[in-house]
Write a protein that binds this ligand. Sequence first.
Ligand SMILES: Cc1cc2nc3c(=O)[nH]c(=O)nc-3n(C[C@H](O)[C@H](O)[C@H](O)COP(=O)(O)OP(=O)(O)OC[C@H]3O[C@@H](n4cnc5c(N)ncnc54)[C@H](O)[C@@H]3O)c2cc1C
Length: 303
Amino acid sequence: MEVTEVKNLLCTQIPTENILMNEPMKNHTSFKIGGPADLFITPTNSTQLVRAIQICNAHHIPYYIMGNGSNLLVDDEGFRGVIIQLYKNLCDIEIEETMITAYSGALLSKIASVALEHGLTGFEFAQGIPGTLGGAITMNAGAYGGEIKDVIISAEVIDPKGNRLILTKDELTLGYRTSSVQKNKYIVLKASFRFTKGTKETIAETMKDLAGRRRDKQPLDKPSAGSTFKRPDGYFAGKLIMDSGLRGYQIGGAMVSEKHCGFVVSDGTATFKDVKELISYIQLTVKKKFNVDLHPEVKIISN
Ligand SMILES: Cc1cc2nc3c(=O)[nH]c(=O)nc-3n(C[C@H](O)[C@H](O)[C@H](O)COP(=O)(O)OP(=O)(O)OC[C@H]3O[C@@H](n4cnc5c(N)ncnc54)[C@H](O)[C@@H]3O)c2cc1C
């Protein structure tokens, strides 16, 4: 099916201004890498989202769900199909006593600000993670001893056939950077979290401290997708990479960060191929030196 035909079908369900053709993915990823997506859509409500998925399924058109693109490495060739971005539209946040319910496109930093405003403690760890709620649940995002698993109650998801399901915390099977959302290709629509009452001053102080630690340790001034590799059992990826002599090692525009070896960063010119080659080189070198397998945490999008 021609891209314009798919676009016409989507236009029957989603406002035309929310459907872009040949949209450069580098404009939507923190790595600033990625060629054009045939179609890039931003549904404004859950009905539009479900309809878009049904259209893709009925016509065997590949689709990919994304949030803020802070954990993605997209091919320079782009994506043949439909990228569905759940970010700026579906982002309402509601609060009821100590419970916060937010839609998938809400940024973690925004949810953390709402928690602070209402004197709720438990989400401080997430304030500096540059993702959306949807991406964070999928990845069971975590930092500084906290993770989504600690505070989530339940999530409403859409299965690949377009059915809505409510999953309890146990059904989400959140583990280290994994979830049933990832395994079953669910789409997170919204989720609820339970926090506890705290004092605003202490919450703000903790957030400030964690933000400072991030700034000191992480290469926040360079495009990246965060930690490139998952933490191997019993080791730290960054230390293994550093001890392999790879600090600052560069292929094309991709480089092992001098500040934190667990991050592959771009000098602004890195291509998909540069990053992929560097990832493979790091894996080979660490395997040779320490006999440890490094697995990417970053999600690679390539048809
Ligand atoms: C500077 C920097 C620091 C970072 N620090 C941390 C950190 O401390 N801890 C940490 O855990 N991560 C960290 N990350 C990685 C990243 O921010 C997290 O993984 C985040 O949760 C990804 O959210 P996102 O909205 O950007 O998702 P995306 O990158 O857009 O997508 C990530 C994955 O989630 C899926 N996804 C996104 N939205 C949905 C949805 N609604 N339903 C179903 N699937 C969905 C995508 O298909 C993809 O598989 C960092 C990244 C950067 C660039």
